[in-house]
Design a protein around this ligand. Structure first.
Ligand code: SF4
Length: 338
C-alpha cells in the first residue's frame, strides 16, 4: 500500500488560457489578442490515496484544471509532475505510450450526457479495455465488466450489463460512468461534480463508492465541486479557486470550519445550516455583484470589486500567499504583515 505522504500529482504555476475568437475586423481595430484566463498560475500537490478537493463557483477554472490533469487540454504554461515525471508537454502519443491513458481517468458531471444512449452497459464499460488494447479476449472483457459492475453495486451484473442508459436511473448511470473509469484500475481519477446532478438522497452512496475505490484499490482523486458540504464529506485537503486563482488551501476541516479568505467565508456562509440556532450565530459574508469576466479579470486581488474588506492596496497589487498555520495558506492582504 503506498504511503499517504508520497506526492502523486504536483501542479506548479499552471496556466490555461483560451484565445477569444474575434472577427478579422475586430482584431484589426482593437489590436491585441484576447484570452480567457481560465487557469492563471495555480500550484498544489496531491498525495497518494488522497481525496483533494478543488472548490469554487462555476467559472472559477476548476473543471479546466481537471481537464488539463487528465490530458484533455494542454497547459499554456507551468508544470505537471505525475509520479515524479514531468508530463506537462507530452504529446497524445506519448501519453498513450507511457500508459497514462490507463492510469488517469475522469468521471464527468452529467451521467445523462456522458453515456452513449445507443450502447449497452456492457459495451460502455468494455470500451476503455478495447481502446487501450488491454485484451481482445471477449470472454475476459465480459468477465472484467461483470466484476466491476458488481463492485459499483449494479447487481445482478448479468442483468445490468444488457441494459441501455435510458433504462437506468440517474444514480445507476453514474455508477456505470464510475465502472467505466475504474475498469482499467486507474491510479488517479478526476471526479468533476460527480453527484451535483443527482438526487440528494443518493449522493452519499455515490461518494461512498468513490471512497471504496480509495480504500480497496488505492485510487487518488481530484474531486471538483462547488458544494462544500460534499467536499467535507469526502475530502482530505482542499483548494478554493476564484477566477483562475487559488485563494485558500488547507485541510478540509480547517478551511471549511474556520475559513480565512473572504471568498471562502462567503462560500461557507452560503451552506444551508439545518440547526436554526447555529444559523443565527453564523456570520453571513455577502459579496457584491457577479463574478467578473476571466477575459479581463480585475487587477490586484481579483475579488476586490466584490469584497466587503477591500483596501487600497487590494486593487493595485496581487496578494502573496501567506501560511497562517502549517499547511493552511491564504492569498489576501488582510494576512500580510506590513
Ligand atoms: Fe478582500 Fe483585499 Fe483580501 Fe482581496 S486581498 S480578499 S480584496 S481584503
Amino acid at each position: 500500500m503506498p504511503r499517504q505522504d508520497q506526492v502523486l500529482v504536483e501542479v506548479d504555476n499552471l496556466y490555461k488560457w483560451f484565445p477569444v475568437r474575434r472577427s478579422f475586423l475586430e482584431t484589426l481595430l482593437k489590436g491585441e489578442r484576447l484570452f480567457v484566463k481560465a487557469v492563471d498560475g495555480i500550484s498544489f500537490s496531491i498525495k497518494k490515496r488522497e481525496i483533494y478537493v478543488l472548490a469554487g463557483e462555476s467559472g472559477s477554472g476548476k473543471t479546466t484544471t481537471g481537464k488539463v490533469l487528465v490530458g484533455l487540454e494542454k497547459p499554456t504554461r507551468g508544470r505537471i509532475v505525475y509520479d515524479g515525471a514531468d508530463i506537462s508537454s507530452l504529446s497524445l502519443k506519448e501519453w498513450r505510450r507511457q500508459g497514462l491513458r490507463k492510469k488517469i481517468q475522469m468521471i464527468f458531471q452529467d451521467p445523462y450526457e456522458s453515456l452513449n444512449p445507443r450502447q449497452r452497459v456492457l459495451d460502455i464499460v468494455a470500451e476503455p479495455l478495447i481502446v487501450n488494447r488491454v485484451t481482445r479476449d471477449k470472454r475476459e472483457i465480459e468477465e472484467r465488466v461483470l466484476k466491476i459492475l458488481e463492485e459499483v453495486k449494479l447487481t445482478p451484473a448479468t442483468e445490468f450489463a444488457y441494459r441501455y442508459p435510458h433504462q437506468l436511473s440517474g444514480g445507476q448511470r453514474q455508477r456505470v460512468a464510475i465502472a467505466r473509469a475504474m475498469v482499467l484500475d486507474p491510479e488517479f481519477v478526476v471526479a468533476d461534480e460527480p453527484v451535483s446532478m443527482l438526487d440528494a438522497s443518493i449522493r452519499a452512496s455515490i461518494l461512498d463508492l468513490l471512497m471504496y475505490f480509495r480504500e480497496h484499490k488505492n485510487v487518488t482523486y481530484l474531486y471538483i465541486t462547488h458544494d462544500l458540504a460534499t467536499a467535507r464529506y469526502v475530502g482530505d485537503r482542499i483548494a478554493i479557486m476564484y477566477l483562475g486563482k487559488i485563494v485558500e488551501k488547507g485541510s478540509v476541516e480547517d478551511v471549511v470550519t474556520n475559513p480565512q479568505h473572504p471568498y471562502t467565508q462567503a462560500l461557507v456562509s452560503s451552506i444551508p445550516v439545518p440547526d436554526p440556532k447555529y444559523a443565527r450565530e453564523k456570520k453571513r459574508i455577502e459579496l457584491k455583484g457577479e463574478i467578473p469576466s476571466p477575459i479581463n479579470p480585475p487587477k490586484g486581488c481579483r475579488l476586490h470589486p466584490r469584497c466587503p474588506f477591500a483596501m487600497d492596496i487590494c486593487s493595485r497589487e496581487e496578494p502573496p500567499e501567506v501560511e497562517i498555520k502549517p499547511g493552511h495558506t491564504v492569498s489576501c492582504w488582510l494576512y500580510v504583515k506590513r
